[in-house]
Design a protein around this ligand. Structure first.
Ligand code: HEC
Length: 214
């Protein structure tokens, strides 16, 4: 017998021990005596590989019950509470890191190039350009580059104008429902960054508020 055939017979023996399959040709030995219209049944044993899996699930279930009931592990209420606590901490951390998003008193203008670029983009996409012109020189709406303001030129006042609109009937609507809070801050920041630039055809100064002060 060469090595190869030894291996095969070893494998076969292993498979036999795992399945306890009845030898072919000797089915008569385990044939049950009932007969349903010619259909017969063999009394095969449950394969050991399958039984082993079955016993393992029973063992795990006992372990699980002891841990869950006896030691109060895997308690779903506790797991929920842990996750809720962790989520609350995450929310607090997010609020602490983004204070301007949660309280008007904390609004600060962005000054970094990336956020100012976003504000500029919004100024076009949110149709501000129609009334204020792309270089902010003004047409229906006032010039936003000079230091004369109808409603105030600091970041909180501009944010407030965007949120609640201008004076009634003047054409500057409240954008609160159509532009998100973050976007309104980005827009206000962009407008502030354009302070003192020279538009091609600036509209005459409007408003009594001077900001920044001369
Ligand atoms: C339909 C035209 C129109 C559109 C669109 C418009 N505005 Fe205005 N905007 C005005 C008018 C008119 C005023 C003056 C309001 C007043 O007199 O009370 C104004 C005022 C303002 C002010 C206050 C200026 C000041 O002197 O206090 C800011 C800031 C402003 N707009 C920004 C924006 C931004 C940002 C957008 C885009 C989201 C926008 N506007 C869209 C017409 C418009």
């Amino acid at each position: 017998m060469n090595k190869n055939s030894e291996k095969i017979s070893g494998w076969k023996r292993f498979m036999k021990s795992m399945t306890k399959a009845h030898d072919l040709g000797t089915e008569e030995d385990i044939m049950l005596d009932h007969d349903y219209d010619g259909i017969k049944e063999l009394d095969n044993v449950l394969p050991p590989w399958w039984l082993a899996g079955f016993y393992i699930t029973i063992a795990i279930s006992i372990f699980y019950i002891i841990m869950a009931v006896g030691f109060n592990k895997y308690n779903q209420d506790d797991e929920l509470n842990d996750e809720m606590t962790a989520a609350k901490e995450e929310i607090e951390a997010y609020k602490a890191a983004n204070p301007q998003l949660f309280d008007d008193a904390n609004i600060v203008a962005y000054t970094d190039a990336e956020n100012l670029a976003k504000g500029k983009e919004l100024f076009t996409t949110k149709t501000c350009v129609v009334c204020h012109i792309a270089d902010l020189g003004g047409s229906i709406g006032p010039n936003l580059t000079d230091n004369r303001w109808i409603l105030g030129g600091d970041v909180k006042s501009i944010f407030n104008t965007l949120t609640n609109g201008g004076r009634p009937g003047k054409g500057m609507i409240a954008w609160e429902s159509t532009i998100t809070r973050e976007e309104r801050i980005l827009l206000a920041s962009y407008i502030i960054s354009m302070q003192g630039t020279k538009p091609a055809a600036p509209k005459e100064a409007q408003g009594d508020i001077i900001w920044p002060a001369e």
